[in-house]
Design a protein around this ligand. Sequence first.
Ligand code: SAH
Length: 510
Amino acid sequence: MPKGAVYLVGAGPGNPGLITVRAKELIESCDTLIYDSLVHPAVLALQKVGCEQIFVGKKSGCHSVPQSEIQTLLVAKAKEGKRVVRLKGGDPFIFGRGSEEALYLHREGIDFEIVPGITAAIGAGAFSGTPLTQRNSSSTLVIVTGHEDPEKPEASVDWANIPRTNSTLCVYMGVSRLDSIVGSLLEAGFKDSTPVACVEWATLGCQRVCRGVLGTICGDAKQFRLSSPAVIIIGENAGMGDEISWFESRPLQGRRFVVTRSQGQASELSEKLELLGAEVIGLPLISITKNVDEQTRDDIFAELASYDWVVFSSPNGVRYFFEAFFEKFEDIRSLGFIRIAAVGKSTAKEIKKFYVTTDLIPDEANAESLADALVATDSLDSAKVLLVTGNLGRDILLKKLEEARAIVDRFEVYQTQPTDLSSDPAAKVFREQGADAILFTSSSGVKSFVDQAKDLVLGADAIRPKTVSIGPITSASMEQFGMPRNFQAKEASLDSLVDEIVRNFGKDSK
Ligand code: SAH
């Protein structure tokens, strides 16, 4: 990616899985990220550490940064030699003013590239089960703006001449002017009985669809409390949702959950919930960085062959241990015949990435069970154990192993620090909108949440979340911090946690 260039990038309709490979590459490598309101926090979280983020969208109650200022900013940043990503919701050339920015960059002699994105109508069609074209019923697709400001010298929409038959009409920015748009269409000869699907927050877990017909949709939308952003799809195909609306039938669709995670790390739990249709806010409460003392590393690796067990208490430990290992050795066989224990399945999965099999995983993923499982192998008396941890690793494991007469060396490979949530986009969404539940999967997650509470105060309109714990140890920490708990997974595992969530928040539970 050359320096001093601007990339006008479409971020897709909202669902973070719907950005393009090129967009992802550019967001991960740029120096400056300039973005609008509808870009999902999980997309922003792809940026590298140290990337400058500038928000130019609408702040609640205020106007967005004027277009001319955005353009000047793009040029100024490019001239500083920055690789600038200008990230826009949907596609940059569909009602995104991308063309104005491209023209300005051209005139200023700045290199630029345009990366298309899935526009809201395409996302809304797919996620509401509305084919935008179809052999028998729709051979024309019209994308039209509903936002016509009489004060602005914009080209106006010729409502009278929009094709009325065998067509699908997708209206953007139309929620506040729905009455007048519907009036214009009926006047132009559209039938009262034409199906309509208003798709709010298309492609996101919180997507809602208000279905009806042109003659009654204005009342229906009011009752539904339809709000922006929404795409209004009008035409025969808007009535097909009953049969092919796959997304709305997912058990957790319409629900929003908060998961705690560390900065820069995707969460396996989020993926599982998103597959079930939920919207997930990943709060990056802590940042984890590699932190290996070189002397300790050299000492430990010099005697690696003398250890009987290496014990991993987290996936991060695995990652940074092997990074340090391969700084010293070239071949995985240098690990020798050491036996390997992992606290849980996610940690073992990380170990597997190095083509190494884990010898012992306790039934429950916590330090106590790991210690008990190791003690039960009856192999600890005078055995040398290497305990790989972070700076906050719980002492309980060390204590229990030493009680079983093992000789334990602690190898600290990473450091955990709180992140600044005051300007974090995911924290902002949480403060403004709240969630159905906060899910805690570890004692350290509970502690970080409590530590960061001042930046997580909910606004007046936010949904008040319930709390769910993965198991007894996490629940005990919640209790210790005086945090109420509504639900606890039957077994301390991610799958059991997901089952518990579906049981209590799924469609059938409503
Ligand atoms: N460039 C964007 C459109 C920006 S105009 C694109 O290509 O999608 C803003 C309008 O887009 C909103 O008023 C709404 O009509 C639509 N929109 C954007 N995201 C949306 C979403 N997730 N669901 C429904 N409509 C959306």
